[in-house]
Design a protein around this ligand. Sequence first.
Ligand code: NAD
Ligand code: MG
Length: 383
Amino acid sequence: MMKRIAILGSTGSIGKQTLEVIANHPEDFAVEVLTAKSNFKLLIEQASRFHPKFVVISDLAHLDTLQKALSGQPITVLGGQDALNEVVTEKNVDMVLAAMVGFSGLIPVIHAIKAGKQIALANKETLVVAGELITRLAHENKVDLLPVDSEHSAIFQCLMGEQHAEVEKVYITASGGPFRKFDISALQAVTRHEALKHPTWSMGAKITIDSATLMNKGLEVIEARWLFNLKPEQIDVIVHPQSIVHSLVQFCDGSIKAQLGLPDMRLPILYAMSYPKRLNGLFPRFNFTDYPHLTFEAPDSNRFPNLAIALEAMRKGGNMPCIMNAANEVAVEAFLTDRVGFYGITQIIEKTLRQATFLPAAGLSEYIESDREARSIALSFVK
Ligand code: NAD
Ligand code: MG
């Protein structure tokens, strides 16, 4: 049966690759909704090619242009953040692929879950901020949360046919980013241009910086904790610079299963969309002799403190990961605009975590308020 997909963030790195996957499988998938924040030019191109029923632009400044450009086509064009919450509940949408970046994905995903839509989740920040709430809502509404993040797709694939009680440990692999071998003084001097050159993955700017600081791995540990109902001590991070082993699961008998493949996000995107089936992937295959050395090493929390900060926020729980996420979003944006250095990111997060109001338990309205408070505190530390 044809699955009709709503792509939140279709103009981003994951969004564009999702459209490639759909173009390769016209019998299996159709585009029902496309959305973007402000890139109306690409959104017009995508809409003209994939014929969705709905197109949403969050930034209202471009709504008029978008409406005019698509006026000859049977497409409903909407604008504003609230429109996202409505389109995801449309009756013809079977699956919502959440590929927005940051906190902005949270509320549309909640609306989609409440409407009973299957969720293919790239937007890891949603689970970092509100993992307990999201997994509970998914359970109550009998909705699958299908991971798109490559590590989580790997774990999900390793868990097929296994019992939850038999899982001893999960190893999340990390490339180590572009600065894996830099010492602290070299790290102090890195520029955003250097940080944006990821050695193995091509991704959006925010996650690329998170990969350079290892915050991305911290976010992924929290994401894994909620997706797979794990205790924090069951999750380990291991640096694997070749990005071929996407993650591993160790079972109670000591056996370890891993999922391997070339670093290509189209594969986890396809698996999330086709699950529980597998479809033919039209991408290049892994060749063992091209990779005679697959290596593994421990992450270094001295040089990359953001990983340890994220693990500590996870252990404290409540709204700590939400505060950390907001501070990180502000700090990464400041780094991307040359207003703070590499370790400035860490300092902003640490200071914000100390000042923001800690709540041991939180619901959606508390997360929204914590996000707002943490952003404003974090911004006060940006020059
Ligand atoms: P990106 O910056 O390339 O794209 C983000 C998309 O979201 C764009 O279409 C943008 O228009 C939209 N968007 C951004 N802010 C928005 C807002 N406030 N309101 C509405 N729309 C908004 O990002 P990306 O690299 O594609 O990453 C998307 C998500 O997927 C992130 O959460 C990231 O951590 C996760 N992810 C990405 C990759 C990857 O390879 N790129 C891998 C794993 C996980
Ligand atoms: Mg990942």
